[in-house]
Design a binder for this molecule. Structure first.
Ligand SMILES: *Cc1c(COP(=O)(O)O)cnc(C)c1O
Length: 375
C-alpha cells in the first residue's frame, strides 16, 4: 500500500455502533462496570487507556510499520518516558546535533538521576563506535538533524548499537514516516513530536514512541505511560489523528516548495550556505538516496554576516512568520541561536525555515526582496 492510502486507512475507524464515519471523541475519564463488575471493553480509566488515544496509537504504529505505538502529551514527555525506562548507571549515545530539549533532559534531569551520556557527530562512524561502551543501552539518532540538516546512516548506526547490546532510537519528527521509515533500517524505536508534521496545523502538542517489537522494553514503557500519566487528552489525540490523514499530501507539497526555495537561495549573493538534503552538493547525498523518499520541508540558511544581518533579513519578511516550531501549514522562520539561548552552538547567522503550503513563487519573491535589502 502507498503511504497516502496507509495514512487514510490507519485513521479511518468508523464507529461500529452508530455508523458515524468519524467516531466520537471519548472524553470520559472513567468506564462503567456491569452487574457482574465487568468492564464492557478494555477500558477502565483514561490515564492508562482511552479509545480515542488507542485509535491514534494504532495509527502511529501502522504509519511507521511498528508493532505498537504509544501517545504522549508532548515530544518531550515521550523522550522523558523513554529515559525513565533506563536504569541508573546506563549510558546513552546522542547525536551532537539534536533537538536541544533532548540533551537538556539528559543533562538537567537524568544525569543527576544516574544516566551518563556522550554526544557525538553521527557522521563520524569511528567516533560513534568509540563512544559506545559496555553500559550503553541507547543510541539516539535524529536525522535530518536540527538545525544543521546532517544525515545519519541509520542502517550502520543501528548495527553498531545492536553489536553492543544497545537499542537504536530515531527521532523521526523532521522526516516523518512519509519520507523515512527507520524500522526499515533496523532501528528499534521511533520517537515523534506529533506537535509538528503529524498534526500539521500548529494547534496541538503531542509526542509518540513506536516500537518495532512489542517486547519487555515496550511493555515497561507502557507501564510508565499509564503510571506517570504524561498522556494527551482525547481531543488532542483526535486532532493528531485528523492531521495524519493529510500528512502525505502536505509533506509532498511542502517538500516541492522547499526544494524550489533551496535552489533559489543556493548561490544567492547574500547567502553564505544553504543546508538542505535536496541540494546535489549536500555532503550526505548517498545516504539520503538510500534512506529517504524525499528531502523534506525543513531548511537552514546561513546569510553572509552575523546575527545582525540574520535578524535584519527576517525582520523584512512578510509571508514567513517569525516563530519557533515547524511542520505546520504556515511557513515559519526563526533565528535558532536566540531560541536556544546562551549555551547554543548554532551559528549566529543561521535561520531555520519550516516551509508551509503557501505558493512557492510567493515565498521566493518574499525571500528575494528581504535578501536584496541586505546588500
Ligand atoms: C519539537 C521537537 C521535539 C520536542 O517535541 P515537543 O512536542 O515540543 O515536546 C523533539 N524533537 C524534535 C526533532 C522536535 O522538532
Amino acid at each position: 500500500m502507498h503511504f497516502d492510502t496507509l495514512a487514510l486507512r490507519a485513521t479511518h475507524q468508523p464507529d461500529a455502533t452508530t455508523g458515524a464515519v468519524i467516531p466520537p471523541i471519548y472524553l470520559s475519564t472513567t468506564f462503567a462496570r456491569n452487574e457482574a463488575n465487568e468492564l464492557s471493553a478494555n477500558y477502565g480509566y483514561t490515564r492508562p487507556n482511552n479509545p480515542t488515544r488507542e485509535a491514534l496509537e494504532k495509527a502511529l504504529a501502522a504509519l511507521e510499520g511498528g508493532a505498537v505505538g504509544m501517545a504522549f502529551a508532548s515530544g518531550q514527555a515521550a523522550t522523558m518516558t523513554l529515559f525513565q525506562a533506563l536504569r541508573p548507571g546506563d549510558h546513552v549515545v546522542l547525536s551532537a546535533d539534536a533537538y536541544y530539549g533532548t540533551p537538556a533532559l539528559l543533562e538537567q534531569v537524568f544525569h543527576p538521576w544516574g544516566l551518563t551520556y556522550t554526544r557525538v557527530d553521527m557522521r563520524d562512524l569511528d567516533a560513534v563506535q568509540q563512544s559506545i561502551h559496555e553500559n550503553t543501552r541507547v543510541v539516539w539518532c535524529e536525522t535530518p538533524s536540527n538545525p544543521m540538516l546532517a544525515i545519519t546512516d541509520l542502517l550502520t548506526i543501528s548495527s553498531m548499537a545492536h553489536d553492543a547490546g544497545a537499542i537504536c532510537i530515531c527521532d523521526n519528527t523532521w522526516a516523518t514516516p512519509a519520507l523515512q521509515r527507520p524500522f526499515d533500517f533496523n532501528c528499534d524505536v521511533v520517537m515523534h513530536s506529533t506537535t509538528k508534521y503529524l498534526s500539521g496545523h500548529s494547534d496541538v502538542l503531542g509526542g509518540a514512541l513506536i516500537f518495532k517489537r512489542d517486547n519487555e522494553f515496550a511493555q515497561r514503557i507502557r507501564t510508565l505511560q499509564g503510571l506517570s500519566g504524561a498522556v494527551p487528552s482525547p481531543f488532542d489525540c483526535w486532532l493528531i489523528s485528523r492531521g495524519i490523514k493529510t500528512l502525505g499530501v502536505r509533506v509532498r507539497a511542502q517538500t516541492a516548495t522547499a526544494q524550489a526555495i533551496a535552489e533559489f537561495l543556493d548561490g544567492h549573493p547574500a547567502v553564505e550556505t544553504i543546508h538542505y538534503p535536496g541540494l546535489p552538493n549536500h555532503p550526505d547525498r548517498a545516504i539520503i538516496q538510500q534512506q529517504m523518499n524525499g528531502p523534506g520541508a525543513m531548511l537552514s540558511i546561513q546569510v553572509k554576516g552575523g546575527a545582525d544581518e540574520a535578524l535584519q533579513f527576517i525582520g523584512k519578511l512578510h509571508l514567513f512568520t517569525r516563530a519557533t516550531s515547524l511542520g505546520g501549514v504556515e511557513s515559519l522562520i526563526e533565528h535558532r541561536a536566540s531560541v536556544e539561548g546562551p549555551t547554543s552552538a548554532t551559528p549566529h547567522n543561521l535561520l531555520r525555515v519550516s516551509v508551509g503550503l503557501e505558493h512557492a513563487e510567493d515565498l521566493i519573491a518574499d525571500l528575494a526582496q528581504a535578501l536584496d535589502a541586505l546588500r
